[in-house]
Design a protein around this ligand. Sequence first.
Ligand SMILES: Cc1cc2nc3c(=O)[nH]c(=O)nc-3n(C[C@H](O)[C@H](O)[C@H](O)COP(=O)(O)OP(=O)(O)OC[C@H]3O[C@@H](n4cnc5c(N)ncnc54)[C@H](O)[C@@H]3O)c2cc1C
Ligand code: FES
Length: 381
Amino acid sequence: MQFSPVSIRNTIVPVAARTRWAQTVNAPLVKALRHPWVESIVRLDAVEDALTALHPLLSLTEVRARVVRIVEETASTKTFVLQPNALWAGAQAGQFVRVQLEINGRRVERAYSLSSRPGARRIAFTTKRQQQGLVSSHLHTSVKVGDVLTISQALGEFVLPDALPAKLLLLSAGSGITPVISMLRDLKARNFQGDVVFLHVCRAPDDLIFAQPLQSLAADFPNVRLVLHYDTRADSFSPEGLAQQVPDLSERSTWMCGPAGFMDAISAYWDSEGLPAPLWSERFVGAPILPSTAPGTPVLVSCAGSGTTFTTQGTDPLLVQAERAGLSPKHGCRIGICRSCQCIKTSGTVENLQTGEVSSAPNELIRLCISTARSDVALSL
Ligand SMILES: Cc1cc2nc3c(=O)[nH]c(=O)nc-3n(C[C@H](O)[C@H](O)[C@H](O)COP(=O)(O)OP(=O)(O)OC[C@H]3O[C@@H](n4cnc5c(N)ncnc54)[C@H](O)[C@@H]3O)c2cc1C
Ligand code: FES
């Protein structure tokens, strides 16, 4: 176990403003193309196909991005640097994108936090290859410079506020460094005058993702103290060790991302010590989806927005049921983290498949990917 504190001092980078002209131009065009009169003559997907044939980055509706560089960060981690098309609306530090790929004829999606600085011309995400992981393995072995990926707009609420607190702690372990290095880059770009500790836990120097950029940040950004903690198991990192390294922990608003065991231990410590500073966290893996406690009875789900109704046995999440019924609800992580699938349940009883909580409150926000219907349900979908 070893701590290597490194102090940092320096520079200012202005935040680039993102152009949104493409949305302004495209939205009315897409609306016009979706008008029933126009649709009877020309299909939007035919226009999309024609545009793609002209140039793979051209689209009226999808953010597409060309892979312009692939950086091997460690033996198991790569950064994909992308040049997005004009539909990209920018991101806040800490947000993620859904990356869509076709693998063996099946369309799959995974969430990846952006590791780049918000406002930068190019964006980047960084992927750790998971053993037998479908998408991370595909990204590592098959995606090359020049390929075009379809990505979502930036999503997620794990972000830095506009008004920053005076003291911050950015805390990460393993691949959880990806959203917090974006935050660190953002702080530097915003010329943050407060006091930042960036503490990262990984197994060994060879496993340190962003080793080079961290050294540059350490050299250039005056208000940051960088602490690297090497340990063979991130899960064994003790909150007491954290308190030793960061004695004013109770004064530091903290943003944390890492493996579940690491984050559970830190959260429990925060609660048990009653630390007053806020602790925000991002998880890459959701709590397990449990079987419904009372499935089997057919119930009716009505979706006010689309006018669709469908019957469910209350076994699968409402997101899956709605997709089977031909709807395409917005979604991101599909594991209850990102809130992209939130919609209002106007009436009826639902069960949260992660906590088992059953709720009948009217007009409540539910996450479709982790909720199942326990009675007839009306949704705003
Ligand atoms: C909001 C959000 C942001 C994310 N950002 C990043 C990121 O910046 N970089 C990154 O590498 N990943 C990130 N992830 C995780 C990523 O979305 C995928 O889950 C991961 O790449 C594995 O996908 P796969 O298809 O390779 O594995 P799958 O085929 O889906 O799963 C393979 C096995 O690995 C397990 N597994 C999946 N993810 C993890 C994990 N992160 N740690 C340990 N075991 C896991 C699964 O339980 C399964 O057993 C993020 C996830 C979320 C929800
Ligand atoms: S899709 Fe992310 S919370 Fe449901």
